[in-house]
Design a protein around this ligand. Structure first.
Ligand SMILES: [Zn+2]
Length: 365
């Protein structure tokens, strides 16, 4: 028999749903309060105490993703078999399961926002850093690309090459983390706006190859505060991806801003590999924008890449081409919907808006 009192009491958990949406509504309309109360106070404290991020060697996110999926499937199959075999109280058992699923979703939704999601509503990075973002001309974009080609070529000239011209460097995981950590410490010391210091290492995804099929270079998992990176991708992108995921760990949720911070931290670093990784990331964003704007100008500038930069860019393009397909497309669409749901109206296109921040930075330089 249904215990009505217990059933109704459990329904109280569902109050997390309206509570979460009320908080989201308030956050959307009060970015300054979100900035001061949540992103720079509650979030860093809450993220710091989550224990799984400090476990070395493996990503708890990955364990949860695969282990959790297997457990869920087994659980549902067992539930269905029992439902067919045992006839009594069928309706009650279905309702009880539905209620449990709803409670898990309600609490999960609240925790997602409490541990991370409100960062989507903080002040724009341009305001935190005092960067004057406004519409730019094609000439501004071209001049930015010219600067970036020069800087990227120069940074690349400090690094060794394979016979085919690609970068002959693949730092191991602890070297990468040590470099990224030092770069964040230096950025903090040098007063790069918004940086609060890093205590966490980014974790390599054991199934990186599979993530490449999904078109994913890195993931920040809010429930464990773990920055995860795809360890299979080409160089020097592993360096910038780690710094991008660490920017998320600092409370910068928007993709374009995490990329801008990764760039800012990398190029401010003393480490030649990271400096190149930062410029390489920035160049790719800016040149993509130029390609959409003026193909001839794009082609002309691309011819000024050194052989080595061009080889790295081609290797990156070839790599991702290998993984193109329905899975990658589906995950990109899911990611797009996710970003739109988080108040990121441009969806995946907002990855490219980092260029506006670089243009603003160039304006004040
Ligand atoms: Zn990201």
């Amino acid at each position: 028999m249904i215990n009505v009192k217990k059933y109704l009491l459990n329904m109280l958990w569902l109050l997390f749903i309206p509570a979460t949406f009320t908080l989201i509504y308030l956050a959307e309309n009060n970015p300054v309060i979100v900035e001061n109360v949540y992103s720079t106070s509650i979030f860093p404290a809450a993220a710091m105490i989550l224990p799984f991020q400090y476990l070395p060697f493996f990503s708890f996110f990955e364990l949860l993703l695969y282990g959790g999926s297997v457990v869920l499937i087994i659980f549902f199959v067992r539930f269905l078999i029992r439902l067919v075999r045992l006839k009594e109280n069928r309706m009650h058992r279905v309702l009880r399961l539905a209620q449990r699923v709803l409670i898990v979703l309600a609490v999960g939704l609240f925790l997602f926002n409490f541990l991370w999601g409100f960062n989507y509503y903080r002040q724009p990075y341009s305001e935190i850093a005092g960067l004057p973002v406004h519409p730019s001309t094609s000439q501004d974009l071209y001049a930015l690309c010219e600067d970036l080609v020069r800087d990227t070529n120069e940074a690349r000239s400090m690094l060794p090459s394979n016979d085919d011209g690609t970068l002959a460097m693949r730092p191991d995981i602890s070297e990468l983390n040590a470099m990224a950590r030092k770069a964040y410490e230096k950025a903090y010391d040098d007063g790069v706006a918004g940086i609060i210091g890093v205590r966490t290492n980014a974790k390599p995804l054991l199934s990186s190859y599979l993530f490449s099929y999904m078109g994913i270079a890195g993931v920040f998992f809010p429930y464990t505060a773990e920055p995860n990176f795809n360890n299979h991708i080409t160089e020097p992108s592993r360096g910038s991806v780690i710094c991008h995921e660490l920017a998320h760990r600092q409370g910068f949720a928007r993709e374009d801003e995490a990329d801008f911070l990764a760039y800012a931290v990398c190029v401010n670093s003393d480490e030649p590999y990271l400096r190149y990784a930062g410029y390489f990331l920035a160049l790719s964003h800016a040149m993509n924008r130029l390609y959409a704007d003026d193909r001839d100008a794009h082609k002309m500038l691309q011819q000024t890449y050194t052989r080595e930069v061009l080889a790295d860019a081609m290797a990156k393009q070839e790599y991702w081409r290998m993984f193109e397909g329905p899975l990658e497309e589906r995950v990109t669409n899911m990611n797009d919907s996710y970003l739109k749901a988080q108040n990121q109206e441009d969806g995946v296109k907002s990855y490219g808006r980092m260029v506006d921040l670089m243009l603003a930075q160039k304006r004040v330089a």
